[in-house]
Design a protein around this ligand. Structure first.
Ligand code: PRX
Length: 637
């Protein structure tokens, strides 16, 4: 079964796209009819990009969990909502039907209420990829609390920064997480974070790995004990809080070009409509299919395409706790076969990593259930695209290359599986409602085809970010001030002769490491925390698996007898301050950095050297000390 608003042909795409641009409010009000509301909207869209202010479905009231759960409990209670595959393949998977998930979400929503949580409170979630993570997220949404999920790979310091920024009152966590052959002591990391977080009143702890943890009297409570209190009362049901369309649904932190991550804010109605509409159309989901998005829920991809997109569409969403290469590089394919996965959505970095193991791990695995493949997070190189197409899709499955961002809530540019053409390396065409614009450095629009420039979007779509938490001016400056009346994405882009878009990468000081965004300023701040570091400069360089690797130029104070050891210490410092994902791949000790006379680091030169393009450094005449470049070139790592 398909959805009434699912686009079914290229011709229909063109027609719908034009309608969505010519009559956007009519278009989105018709899409809005397919959701459950407590009260209809008074106005479909109210906006200006100057402040910025964007309000979709203004005046409407709803609860997103009724759209993700209650309406499906009425019509398909026994359809699996979540299939959970554990890290360890010898352990059993778990299936929760819509009825069961609804029950558990209500129950846990009551646990939250019993512990003082209420509408508008910010709740930090730091959990492994287990069904209880989805339950926690939806329980927050049920009572109108704003969730802020922090990826399990972030350090205590990063968690603390995020909790303080949002002034969270509660943390939901677990004793630990499994990740391949490692375990991560989540609760003890939280304990360290909370030393600097006085706003936290309660910590709810799920038992998962069984590792011993310290439980602080009155603050820390076991998930299981709290659930028992609800069970014994037999009052598991929790009515859904009635939310305004523009009430905050969640905060998700992401890196930018300044040192501090920003809390991207999404609101209830617009985000729901966008996550749902893009899920249904991009993947061409058909009722009964199993959708496997391999992202972590700590990132936006997990929010939109493991939780909210699929569940709001009554789909079956598969979540996996582990990693693609443990116990061996056949783990994904084993999962596809075991659960008859129909849609597989992953990142180019995962594809490249699996490619490096050859096709042996795929041999003997039945992948015939796959109908649609997807990629997200970074540009996909053609070699990886063809490998994916030939070995996983057996040359019969469309590959959707979905371009979007934390700030966009859902996919903005992508082919629609089997409906619009794919082109290797190209995200291809904008979704209905999306008006991409390419601009030059001066902000002038570059019209026509076969051109490239900075990618902006002209008009709001329902899933656009509304603010950055606690600092609206930062949101304005970051996204809406570079080019008047346009949302600036930070990406470079080209448009081919047929109007297809190819994203070429960031044009700001943000790196994309294995599909994760990390700002160079944030990395430099972390490296500079090491006692011996005087100054540092970070650039990206092409990395076979990660897409981009982190190259650090470091001025180090004093003698380091053992360079290797010092490098490891610096990596440890970064892991402590940000998390292991941000460890530099290469560190080069330098005696100075190439700077202009006004003291600005010339990153262009450092980037060229890191990329190995040392004979083509461009104009170096403005350098304060040209000799330093020669030193850096000759000691390149
Ligand atoms: O540079 C683009 C890249 O990832 C950035 C967004 O990162 P984040 O907010 O962490 O969200 C990642 C998952 C949506 C973008 O600015 N990016 C994302 N998808 C693609 C991509 N680059 C090229 N092709 C894509 N399909």
């Amino acid at each position: 079964m398909s959805y009434p608003y699912q686009i079914k042909s290229l011709e229909e795409y063109r027609k719908i796209y034009n309608q969505s641009i010519e009559h956007p409010t009519k278009f989105w009000s018709e899409i809005g009819e397919h959701f459950k509301w407590h009260k209809q909207w008074d106005e479909v869209l109210h906006w200006n990009f100057k402040e910025p202010k964007v309000e979709w479905f203004k005046g409407a009231r709803l609860n997103i969990t009724e759209n993700c759960l209650d309406r499906w409990v009425e019509t398909q209670p026994d359809i699996p909502a979540i299939i959970w595959e554990p890290n360890d393949p010898t352990k059993s998977s778990i299936t929760l039907t819509y009825k069961e998930l609804h029950f558990k979400v209500c129950q846990f929503a009551n646990v939250l209420k019993n512990n003082g949580a209420k509408k508008g409170d910010r709740i930090c979630i730091y959990m492994p990829m287990v069904p209880e993570l989805v339950i926690a997220v939806l329980a927050c949404a049920r009572i109108g609390a704003i969730h802020s999920v922090v990826f399990g790979g972030f350090s205590a310091q990063s968690i603390s920064d995020r909790i303080q920024d949002a002034q969270c009152s509660m943390v939901i966590t677990a004793d630990g997480a499994f990740r391949g052959n490692k375990t991560i002591p989540l609760k003890s990391i939280i304990d360290e974070a909370l030393l600097t977080c006085p706003s936290i009143e309660k910590v709810l702890v799920l038992t998962h790995t069984g590792v011993p943890v310290s439980m602080i009297n009155e603050r820390d409570l076991w998930w299981e004990d709290e659930i028992k209190k609800i069970e014994s009362q037999e009052n598991w049901y929790c009515p859904a809080e009635s939310m305004d369309a523009e009430d905050m649904l969640f905060i998700l932190y992401t890196s930018g070009s300044t040192g501090k991550p920003k809390g991207v804010v999404h609101t209830c109605a617009g985000y729901m409509v966008w996550a749902n509409y893009t899920f249904v159309n991009v993947f061409q989901y058909k009722k009964g299919q199993v959708h496997f998005c391999t992202a972590d829920i700590g990132w936006i991809t997990g929010h939109s395409y493991i939780i909210y997109g699929p569940l709001s569409a009554g789909a079956t969403t598969l979540m996996f706790e582990g990693i693609p290469t443990w116990p061996d590089a056949g783990r994904f394919w084993e999962i596809v076969e075991k659960h008859s996965v129909n849609i597989l959505y992953t990142a180019p970095t995962a594809i490249r990593s699996l490619m490096s193991f050859g096709i042996e791990p795929i041999m003997g695995k039945n992948l015939s259930s796959i109908d649609v493949l997807g990629t997200v997070g970074e540009p996909i190189n053609e070699e990886a695209w063809h490998w994916y197409n030939e070995n996983i899709g057996n040359k019969k499955c469309p590959i959707v290359d979905t371009w979007w961002q934390t700030e966009t809530g859902g996919v903005l540019i992508s082919n629609l599986a089997g409906i619009t053409e794919s082109k290797p390396g190209f995200a291809t065409l904008p979704l209905p409602g999306i008006q991409p614009v390419l601009v030059d450095e001066s902000g002038k629009e570059i019209k026509g085809n076969e051109v490239s420039g900075n990618l902006c979007i002209k008009y709001p779509w329902p899933g656009i970010l509304r603010t950055t938490y606690g600092d609206h001016e930062r949101c304005r400056i970051n996204y809406f001030s570079a080019y008047p009346d346009l949302y600036f994405t930070g990406d470079g882009c080209l448009r081919d002769e047929n109007g297809n878009y190819r994203i070429t990468g960031r044009v700001d000081d943000v790196l994309n490491i294995s599909g994760h965004r990390i700002g160079t300023a944030e990395l430099e701040n972390a490296i500079n925390m090491h006692t011996g570091v005087v100054e540092s400069a970070i650039v990206g360089y092409p990395h076979d698996i990660k897409g981009q690797g982190i190259y650090a130029y470091v001025i180090f104070n004093g003698m380091h007898t053992d360079e290797e050891h010092t490098k490891q210490d610096i990596c440890q410092t970064v892991a402590k301050i940000i998390g292991a994902i941000a460890k530099p791949d290469k560190i080069q000790f330098v005696t100075g950095l190439p700077k202009t006379r006004s003291g600005k680091i010339m990153r262009r030169i450092l980037r060229k050297i890191a990329e190995g393009d040392i004979n083509n450094l461009g104009d170096t005449s403005t350098l304060l000390d040209p000799l330093i470049v020669e030193e850096i070139k000759s000691n390149r790592q």
